[in-house]
Design a protein around this ligand. Structure first.
Ligand code: F6P
Length: 537
């Protein structure tokens, strides 16, 4: 049954019309217990969702909706290996990659845990060798530079996490991430590397992605020109599900770290795709990250919905995007190490829930996944926060706030924290014309200096950024996206929408080399192709 035909949906519509004009400023004034009621703690991880446009009735109503949509059964189905990716007939088991309790999880009657543990151990041995210098390049030198070649999930997760955990990185290795087909990406990164001491990780679930394969070929040519063909096995490893294509590329399968079709690309940083993360921070810290994610998985699976962080975030997402019609949300990490988090979450959320068909194939009539953007604090404050405070859009925001800095210096972190706390307060309270008048603001300026407030935020606090807390944080968002996908009645685990552009690019590529004018497209595309050909001669 689709979202809008659920009984609870109608009750929520009524609740929305009764409560949407309430101001959070008044709700806080009326109820000094609001923080205690609307916050949760998981070890040192705190979620404050009290600055949302909700009353005591909202969450129970949203939970009714979740129950009517069968959320509990869907969670159990994911954790037990059912094929919930129904357009591709696949299980969805990133949770198995961090299943530190090692309880069996079955796909086609086979426990997947022994294979997962085997690859993790292979990554352990390999990363130890590279980190302690005993893995040698073709000329007998230890590795100094790691180049991860991959795109989408085979880039965003590893890149985001190695940046987030830079403080825990070995000094002995430098990391580079090549993703874009734009030659500038690989050319600029290889300028910093020497063939004798560079190790390439070719990361691709399918091992057919055009950008990754072309970049990997370029890297191989760069290496072979310097050191000869025999150097390849010393300098290339593959992270993939596709053994056949890996071997075709010329990488020995003993240098391949596998994962499986039940791991979606955007959920793959916990798998062999995370080898760069393990090389950076070491096996123990990588396992700590897995443990953090496993803690969040267990919480998600077991906590009642009214005490369940991912469920609450997902339900609030539905509240704003479906009932309030918010089309966007912002993720604002007050930690410079998390500067790639918004980009990572863009793929996670928008590739998962940017869909328009319900399970039965019908076109959905309500809004689905939101548009996500963000920037690390306080940079965003001096850029787009103006629009969040005073613009005409309602943009729910998540503030992510490590309490302690990994680089304590002077008053920097206190100032950062003060800002991270002030922004949600300002967004909630706003500033009234009366307050401005009292301050003596000239009448003519009052409309411009008024802040409407009533703008929703969540604050997620942690003691400091550690591998464990990063694991918890990413798993929190993965499950939030899952919850929204279940309620929206879509398949969050396919991505058919990326195919058409790829097919058309393959058609255009030879046309760029054909001297005859191109006539096979619409007049705009034809004209652009022909103009480019004219300029390039
Ligand atoms: O085109 C989108 C996509 O399929 C993503 O879902 C995926 O993360 C990315 O491309 C890379 O795919 P692969 O790991 O197979 O190279």
């Amino acid at each position: 049954m689709t979202l809008t035909s659920q009984k609870a949906y109608l009750a929520l519509q009524k609740h929305y019309s009764e409560t949407s004009s309430l101001h959070m400023r008044d709700l806080f004034k009326e109820d000094p217990e609001r923080f205690n009621k609307f916050s949760l703690k998981l070890d040192d991880f705190v979620l404050d969702y009290s600055k949302n446009r909700i009353t005591d009735e909202t969450l129970p109503l949203l939970i009714n909706l979740a129950n009517e949509c069968g959320l509990k059964d869907k969670i159990n189905a994911m954790f037990s290996g059912k094929q919930i990716n129904f357009t591709e007939n696949r299980s969805v088991l990133h949770i198995a990659l961090r299943n530190r309790s090692n309880t069996p999880i079955y796909v086609n009657n086979k426990d997947v845990m022994p294979e997962i543990n085997r690859v993790l151990e292979k990554m352990h041995l390999f990363s130890d060798q590279v980190r302690n210098g005993s893995w040698k390049g073709a000329t007998g030198k230890s590795i100094t530079d790691i180049v991860n070649i991959g795109i989408g999930g085979s880039d965003l997760g590893p890149y985001m996490a190695t940046e987030a955990l830079k403080k825990y990185k070995t000094e002995k290795l430098n990391f580079h991430f090549v993703s874009n087909i734009d030659g500038t990406d690989i050319v600029e990164k290889l300028k910093k590397c020497s063939p004798e001491t560079t190790l390439f990780l070719v990361a691709s679930k399918t091992f057919t992605t055009q950008e990754t394969m072309v970049n990997a070929q370029t890297a191989r040519t760069w290496l072979v020109e310097a050191l000869g063909q025999a150097a390849v096995p010393h300098h290339f490893v593959a992270l993939s599900t596709n053994k056949e294509e890996v071997e075709k590329f010329g990488i020995d399968s003993k240098n391949m770290f596998e994962f499986w079709s039940f791991i979606g690309g955007r959920y793959s940083m916990w798998s062999a795709v995370g080898l760069s993360i393990m090389l950076a921070i070491g096996y123990e810290a990588f396992v700590e990250m897995l443990e953090g994610a496993h803690e969040m998985d267990t919480h998600f699976k077991e906590a009642p919905f009214d005490k369940n962080m991912p469920v609450i975030l997902g339900l609030l997402g539905i509240w704003y995007h479906v009932f309030y019609g918010s089309e966007t949300y912002a993720v604002l990490p007050y930690d410079a190490y998390l500067h790639r988090l918004p980009a990572y979450l863009q793929q996670l959320d928008m590739e998962s829930n940017g869909k328009r068909n319900a399970q039965d194939g019908s076109v959905i009539s309500y809004p689905t996944g939101p548009i996500l953007f963000g920037e690390s604090g306080t940079n965003g404050q001096h850029s787009f926060y103006q629009l969040i405070h005073q613009g005409t859009h309602l943009i729910p925001c998540d503030f992510i706030i490590p309490i302690n800095s990994l680089n304590p210096i002077g008053e920097h972190h206190d100032i950062l924290l003060a800002n991270a706390l002030a922004q949600p307060e300002a967004l909630m309270r706003g500033k009234t014309p009366e307050e401005l008048k009292e301050e003596g603001v000239p009448e003519a300026l009052i409309p411009f200096k008024t802040f409407p407030g009533n703008r929703p935020t969540n604050s997620i606090l942690m003691t400091k950024m550690t591998p464990r807390n990063l694991g918890r944080l990413i798993a929190l968002y993965e499950h939030k996206v899952f919850v929204m996908g279940v309620l929206l009645n879509i398949d969050s685990f396919d991505q058919w929408g990326v195919e058409l552009g790829k097919i058309l690019a393959k058609k255009i590529l030879p046309e760029l080399h054909d001297i005859a004018p191109t006539t096979t497209h619409d007049c705009s595309t034809n004209a652009l192709i022909n103009y480019i050909k004219g300029i390039r001669g």
